[in-house]
Design a protein around this ligand. Structure first.
Ligand SMILES: Nc1nc(=O)c2c([nH]1)NC[C@@H]1CN(c3ccc(C(=O)N[C@@H](CCC(=O)O)C(=O)O)cc3)CN21
Ligand SMILES: O=c1ccn([C@H]2C[C@H](O)[C@@H](COP(=O)(O)O)O2)c(=O)[nH]1
Length: 322
């Protein structure tokens, strides 16, 4: 009875033309129809536009989780928890069955050793052989490292310098949100200019800024480069997830997620995905429940997250551009 009543009273803004997911689908259509075609680093080619913004209200557990294809939110959540550990080796992800970062270490291994090992065999070796993983599974000082252990240097009297203590930006932002909510400096930055050349990929979701409005916590993410078909569904989920965890830790209510993209593109070999997905309509309103309040932002576990009301349309597979 209660369910039926709820179903009948859902306002049209939520299920109909005003569904928040149309922002994503409209962006996809706009890029495909008007984007400028260009060659890109991966050699695949994209259609691309400069600058875009998406806004999602996170009140009442709402999440920007796409319903027009299945998004593997647990995979994205495991990746976020991995960032928060400061880890940059893919082995912990591999051991949890998360495959999204495998292509990059594999490509480096093949390039540097000249050995022709296929991706699955390489990944199996990362899982089985800790020493091998240490040597070949690292992505360099990517997100996790910069977020929780941004390197510093101390200058000595003799003119040389030595390593200082790393900076935990995530912990600092939790503190500043608690102690100085009105600050305009609640920023987590991944773009460490001096270390870009050692990263497998320079950060895409590079700048997170938090904003406290009353008792609500808003988050703005600037993403310099965005693979709209494969990356963005993950990036939206993860940014909203981080916002929710931050809000819980600072006793604030989740507010709005404002996503801003720089080079926002679709890969030319994703045409089948795009055509299929643009023929679908969003439906339903998935919600995230966090079942426990951990001691700190670094103590969340995958079991703490439960998604309700997620009945997506089928997944649409597409190759990732390496
Ligand atoms: N070209 C490109 N696009 C990206 O989105 C991307 C990169 N490179 N490099 C670094 C990370 C890795 N990311 C990835 C990589 C693969 C998938 C992917 O294949 N997703 C599939 C299956 C996911 C799964 O099996 O769990 C999907 O259908 O979403 C998504 C994000 C996001 N990033
Ligand atoms: O979280 C992510 C990580 C990566 N991407 C995409 C964006 C681009 O298509 C590539 C990165 O290539 P660059 O040449 O370094 O821009 O990966 C994403 O969308 N989200």
């Amino acid at each position: 009875m209660a369910t039926l009543e709820t179903a009948q009273t859902i306002p049209s803004e939520i299920t109909g033309p005003g569904h928040a997911e149309w922002q994503y689908l409209d962006l996809m259509r706009q890029i495909w129809e008007t984007g400028s075609e260009r060659e890109d680093r991966t050699g695949i080619g994209t259609r691309s536009i400069a600058g875009a913004m998406l806004r999602y209200d996170l009140a009442d557990g709402a999440m920007p989780l796409l319903t027009t294809k299945r998004v593997y939110w647990k995979t994205a959540t495991r990746e976020m928890l991995w960032f928060l550990t400061g880890e940059t080796n893919i082995r912990p992800l591999v051991l949890q069955g998360v495959k999204i970062w495998n292509e990059w270490p594999h490509a480096r291994y093949v390039k540097e050793t000249g050995e022709t090992i296929d991706l699955d065999a390489f990944v199996q070796r990362i899982a089985d052989d800790e020493e091998f993983a240490k040597r070949w599974g690292d992505l360099g000082p990517v997100y996790g490292k910069q977020w929780v252990d941004w390197p510093t240097y101390r200058y000595r009297k003799d003119g040389l310098y030595e390593k200082g203590e790393g900076i935990n930006q995530v912990a600092q932002v939790v503190e500043s949100l608690r102690d100085n909510p009105g600050s305009r400096r609640h920023i987590i930055e991944g773009w460490n200019v001096a270390e870009l050349d050692r990263m497998a990929l320079p950060p895409c979701h590079k700048t997170y800024q938090f904003h406290v409005a009353g008792n609500r916590l808003n988050c703005m993410l600037y993403q310099r480069s965005c693979d709209v078909a494969l990356g963005l569904p993950f990036n939206l989920w993860s940014a909203a997830l981080l916002t929710r965890m931050m809000a819980q830790q600072t006793d604030l209510e989740p507010g709005e997620l404002v996503w801003m993209g720089g080079d926002v593109h679709l890969y030319l070999n994703h045409e089948h995905l795009i055509t299929e997905q643009l023929g679908r309509e969003p439906s339903g309103n998935p919600r995230l429940e966090i079942t426990r309040k951990p001691q700190t932002i670094f103590d969340y576990r995958i079991e703490d997250f439960v998604v309700h009301d997620y009945a997506p349309q089928p997944p649409i597979k597409a190759p990732v551009a390496v």
